[in-house]
Design a protein around this ligand. Sequence first.
Ligand SMILES: Nc1ncnc2c1ncn2[C@@H]1O[C@H](COP(=O)(O)OP(=O)(O)O)[C@@H](O)[C@H]1O
Ligand SMILES: [Mg+2]
Length: 254
Amino acid sequence: MPDDDIVLKVEDLYKSYGKIAVLKGISFEVRRGETKIICGPSGSGKSTLLRCLNLLTRPDKGRIWLEGEDITNRNVDINKVRQKIGFVFQEFNLFNHLTALKNVSIGLEVVKKMKKEEAHRIALEMLKKVGLSEHAHKYPAELSGGQKQRVAIARALAMNPAVIFYDEPTSALDPQLIGEVLEVMKALAREKVTSVVVTHEMGFAQTVGDELLFMCDGKIVERGPPMEIIRKPKCEETKKFFQRIHELYARETR
Ligand SMILES: Nc1ncnc2c1ncn2[C@@H]1O[C@H](COP(=O)(O)OP(=O)(O)O)[C@@H](O)[C@H]1O
Ligand SMILES: [Mg+2]
């Protein structure tokens, strides 16, 4: 795969758990600097897809290239692959016994074998980027959900990954904390940090998303510019989904 511009290429991915087929032939590409949005109803296979891309789960069939390397090859070094992918989860997954600073620097120290001073310098820089310089010494329990998620983003960024995956990063947050996390994510998208974002935040998708993939029942049933798909969905499933999202948001902001 000679195209240097393609960070991630997914070809005909399949995954079943026992008799349940969760992914049924997923294909797409992510170009350098792109923000790809993935939406779809609960259970459509979005998290399973991200887990396959990160090799947390082995796909049954299909291939994945990360920066030109076929990572579905059995001989691939999984740890090296994971170092190239930042992962931001719905539930933050911070180390509760470590400060914000240490949460961000630990990967650099342990995985990248960086000297403590250098790792701390980079960690502080990343915390500054997400607006948390003042909170570097605090433990997760002393931070709000929005602040914790921003630490998680700083931690992903610190490793200088080829791509960052976000799996519903604002779904566990109180409505008033969602904005600060989306602002950080928008700024990164504008800086052309390559990312794949599973989210139902339509404002975010329309502002910075380059392409939206709509998943239903393990397949991508519709794809294209986020604005077009959200305003004029073609598939019945997509229409129903966005209708529900609109109703939900209307209720919340009433
Ligand atoms: N480890 C697993 N074992 C069995 N079934 C699973 C596992 N992970 C996910 N599933 C099933 O796969 C389907 C898709 O799940 P998931 O990828 O989490 O969807 P989404 O993130 O779109 O909500 C669901 O029916 C779920 O129950
Ligand atoms: Mg999920």
